[in-house]
Ligand binder design. Structure first.
Ligand code: TYM
Length: 329
């Protein structure tokens, strides 16, 4: 246990996970827990950077935790906890904020995108959010951070903050590496294959939520935007088909060549239905397990309470060292 590499990652509890979250991140997390010392977190403190209804946030946080277990995160193998249950995150955030430059936060593309989407609530938390995320990672001396491609810039900032702190105050933080899967690191919208699949998309057909029923999933895939070609092949300019092939490949493990051969002589309609069915069948057990876990509140509470205790005992050591280095303790 001691010399295994440490992994940390997190996901926001805003509604149920999308197929992008699943393929780009959570699916990899379950595989990694066999080989690494893994810590997974529901990032509820990040969620309040946009306005949330308190009761809905509480419910979504609990459901997101149940969904994590339903996807295969095993609380016996990994530490699974809820961010706000461990106060160390808020405390390290302040220390790191004082080692982060206004200029570097201004360059974060996610901040720019989110402030355009919510022009009436460009709060300071939205701006400093990448510092909170850096703290999430650095508190656990994480070696690897499995994320989708959209989080790469935040990871680079985390490395810069850690290096700067280590230089200024003396070695403390492990410098983390991003771990970005080869297939599916960027699952695209089914309606606009040039933008990423996102739960906040206004068009409900653009995004698959992993708890949706089979018919809905198939219907959304059948409506996916493609091109005027008829042949299933992975090529430049065929963004819609490329995205569907990537999804199919991520779920089945088949290569692009194998997929092209499988659908040789078949049209887009057959292909879209096959992708929809494959995804829906793959997700069916997740849906069943979610129904079980979410109904067992006592079990969930037991798991997240133990998870937070284990997480805090690791994080507290790093936080105390950071306080001493800076002169706060
Ligand atoms: P969040 O909640 O937006 O997304 C969770 C994970 O899903 C990945 N993802 C995707 N991957 C492929 N294609 C997509 N369309 C897609 N959409 C989302 C994200 O890259 C992410 O890995 N800031 C983070 C949460 C966080 C975190 C952390 C992550 C908080 N603290 C510490 C790692 C380490 C976020 O908002 O992810």
């Amino acid at each position: 246990m001691e010399n295994k590499k440490r992994i940390l990652s997190g996901i926001q509890p805003t509604g149920t996970f999308t197929l992008g979250n699943y393929i780009g991140a959570v699916r990899n997390w379950t595989k990694l827990q066999e080989e690494y010392d893994c810590i997974y977190m529901i990032a509820n403190m990040h969620a309040i950077t946009v306005r949330q209804d308190p009761a809905a946030l509480r419910k979504n946080t609990s459901n997101a935790y149940a969904l994590l277990l339903a996807c295969g995160i095993d609380p016996e193998k990994s530490i699974a906890f809820i961010q706000s249950h461990n106060r160390c995150h808020a405390e390290l955030n302040w220390v790191l904020a004082c080692s982060t430059q206004f200029g570097e936060l201004s360059r974060m593309t996610q901040f720019k995108a989110k402030s355009e989407k919510h022009p009436d609530d460009i709060n300071a938390g939205l701006f400093t959010y990448p510092v909170l995320m850096a703290g999430d990672i650095l508190l656990y001396q994480s070696d690897l951070v499995p994320v989708g491609a959209d989080q790469k810039q935040h990871l680079e900032l985390t490395r810069d903050i850690a290096q700067r702190f280590n230089q200024k105050y003396g070695e403390l933080f492990t410098i983390p590496e991003p771990y970005i899967g080869e297939t599916g690191a960027r699952v695209m919208s089914l309606q606009d294959p040039l933008s990423k699949m996102s739960k906040s998309d206004d068009n409900p057909n653009a995004c698959i939520f992993i708890l949706e029923d089979k018919d809905t999933i198939i219907r959304k895939f059948r409506r996916a935007v493609t091109d005027s070609d008829t042949c299933v092949r992975f090529a430049e300019g065929k963004d819609g088909i490329n995205n569907l092939m990537t999804i199919y490949s991520a779920i089945t493990g088949k290569t692009m060549d194998e997929i092209e051969r499988e659908f040789d002589g078949k049209g887009y309609g057959d292909f879209k239905t096959a992708v929809g069915e494959t995804v829906a069948d793959h997700l069916a057990p997740v849906r069943d397990r979610f129904a079980e876990f979410s109904a067992d509140k006592a079990y969930l509470e037991k798991c997240w309470t133990e998870g937070a205790q284990k997480a805090e005992s690791i994080a507290r050591r790093t936080l105390s060292k950071a306080y001493r280095k800076v002169g706060l303790a």
